[in-house]
Design a protein around this ligand. Structure first.
Ligand SMILES: Cc1cc2nc3c(=O)[nH]c(=O)nc-3n(C[C@H](O)[C@H](O)[C@H](O)COP(=O)(O)OP(=O)(O)OC[C@H]3O[C@@H](n4cnc5c(N)ncnc54)[C@H](O)[C@@H]3O)c2cc1C
Length: 518
């Protein structure tokens, strides 16, 4: 069905068919709302889609590992019934370091650090379990007299209290710390420290010494606590997850249109009343829910003239400059990493050999330069899912940090040098890799901004930091998925609880819409 054939009026129009837009649409449609989803790109998925980057070679475009989406949400939307299959679950993490054997990060494989790791992992899991319910709910509002808001805050306090005196004190102590200091306290192995720190800084504008990095780590662990699987790889890449989400939404009655960019949000009598498409067609709606990033939603699709000056200033000041690039290699054979166990090649490989390595990599980015020795998260998805490449060939997919949006020398100059640097780094661990390359794609944050319509190309749409967090995310006046314009809601990664393929923002936003608009 083409866009000309869809109805001219819906209860809800969702802008963007990234995973959050699709979760939101499916949840609303299942509650009986008529829903239209508009996606600018030619396919669903946004930053969680699968695409061909060299003839016959496909890869998960940005997100390549599924580990944050709650098992409840996946069951609720019947994703297994909608065709979601896994190529791999419980994928191992292996830390690489020059001149040392690869280290499998697992309780029983860490030798003298094993006992410390068991205690650390158990403690962090307890803390994550306290935070997990916060991720799955609309954040309370600050300073209201409403009992619901007070109860939500009390609930969080009570869960912390229930940890008991020792854990409570420890959580409060480490909550504002940096991950460098936390890992120095707990471990002596630089390789293990680097591998654990990587999880705190991936996708952020932080190095291990940055304040708040224990919080970002706990946040990730909290989402993982309710996830359906530990590190997993959907069969067909991340896009297959979003196709299953789209089928779930469609089965519940939603209409989804790709290659249909929204040009502007229509406001009538001070409330959102629909959208105008780039084609010029208007679609009326009682509510408009945008999964586009906050700057795109407020400044481009809505327009600053509908907002007060202070609010516009806050949106303008949102920190949205991405630092994660994505490298995709088409290979004529499987890469051969020195001394790597065969099982590890189908898992996650980290190039983060010490805290100092990551901190130095980050230092460059502070001054608008790319890292001289980057941090990398590498997968070889074809080991688990050969269909992504022609027979016998392979794909390597790597997040490469730090690659700042707005590179000082400009990405038109820096692109080839940074690509070479990343490949040389990998060649050091997998000799012969360069000679096996038959296709290369590097997505810088500027490419991500252009291809996925994410301002700044940021992993979380807006930095996940204390001042852009929880009850003030993305900005005061637009938290709780509400906006200053009645009938306009947000549902993307820019909202609580942030990015990653979690779906919590989409689901929480749908619940807010259902509550606000009867
Ligand atoms: C390099 C990189 C690697 C990552 N790796 C991982 C990972 O391994 N695991 C993980 O969990 N997370 C990862 N992430 C984070 C994750 O990809 C994102 O946080 C998540 O996909 C955001 O989902 P979303 O639905 O909120 O937004 P998006 O995926 O950005 O979707 C928004 C959609 O809105 C559409 N849109 C925008 N404007 C319009 C318009 N005007 N009209 C119509 N449509 C519009 C866009 O085209 C897009 O499809 C990674 C991110 C990056 C950048």
């Amino acid at each position: 069905m083409s866009i000309e054939e869809v109805k001219s009026s819906y209860d809800c129009v969702v802008i963007g068919a990234g995973h959050n837009g699709l979760v939101c649409a499916a949840t609303l449609a299942r509650s009986g709302r008529s829903v239209l989803v508009l996606e600018a790109a030619g396919q669903v998925g946004g930053a969680a889609s699968t695409r061909e980057f060299a003839t016959g070679f496909r890869v998960s475009a940005c997100a390549h590992l599924l580990h944050l989406m709650s098992a409840d949400l996946m069951r609720e939307l019947n994703l297994a019934g909608m065709g979601l299959e896994y190529a791999a679950v419980d994928m191992p993490t292996t830390a690489l370091a020059a001149g040392q054997p690869p280290m499998v990060v697992s309780e029983d494989r860490l030798g003298s650090e094993g006992a410390a790791y068991v205690a650390y992992a158990a403690r962090m899991r307890r803390f994550a379990a306290v935070l997990a319910p916060i991720l799955a709910a609309v954040p309370p509002r600050l300073g209201t007299q409403r009992w619901k808001d007070r109860l939500a805050l009390l609930g969080a306090g009570w869960r912390i209290r229930k940890l008991g005196r020792r854990d409570m004190r420890e959580l409060l102590r480490i909550g504002g710390m940096n991950v460098h200091d936390l890992l120095q306290e707990n471990f002596t192995s630089p390789v293990l420290q680097g591998a654990l720190a990587a999880d705190a800084v991936l996708g952020t504008n932080f190095g291990p010494r940055s304040p708040g990095t224990v919080l970002t780590l706990l946040y990730r662990l909290a989402a993982q606590a309710s996830a359906g699987a530990a590190l997993a790889q959907p069969k067909g890449g991340m896009g297959a997850l979003c196709e299953a989400l789209a089928r779930s939404a469609t089965a519940a009655g939603a209409d989804i249109r790709v290659s249909t960019p929204a040009a502007r949000i229509v406001v009538e009598q001070d409330r959102a009343a629909g959208v105008v498409l780039e084609s010029g067609r208007s679609i009326a709606a009682r509510t408009v829910i945008s999964s586009a990033d906050p700057k795109t939603t407020f400044l481009r699709l809505l327009g600053a003239h509908f907002l007060d000056a202070g609010f516009v200033r806050s949106v303008n000041h949102l920190r949205t400059r991405g630092l994660a690039a994505k490298l995709h290699l088409a290979l004529d054979r499987a890469p051969r990493f020195t001394d790597l166990e065969p099982a590890s090649l189908g898992g996650r490989l980290l190039v983060a050999p010490s805290l100092e390595h990551i901190e130095h990599a980050y230092n460059h980015a502070k001054y608008g330069e790319y890292s001289a020795a980057p941090l990398m998260e590498v997968t070889v998805p074809t080991v688990n899912d050969p269909c992504l490449a022609p027979p016998g060939r392979h794909v390597l997919s790597a997040v490469v940090q730090y690659a700042p949006y707005g590179l000082k020398e400009g990405w038109q100059h820096g692109r080839q040098r940074f690509t070479d640097l990343a490949i040389d780094t990998l060649e050091g661990y997998a000799p012969g890799l360069r000679a096996s390359i038959i296709g290369v794609e590097l997505l810088t944050p500027e490419d991500i901004e252009r291809d996925f319509r994410i301002t700044g190309g940021h992993w979380h749409h807006a930095e996940l930091a204390f001042d852009q967090f929880f009850m003030v995310r993305p900005v005061p006046g637009a938290a709780q998925y509400l906006t200053p314009v009645d009938g306009l809601f947000l549902c993307g990664a820019g909202c609580h609880p942030g990015g990653g393929v979690m779906g919590a923002a989409g689901r929480n936003a749908a619940h807010q819409v259902l509550k606000q608009v009867s």
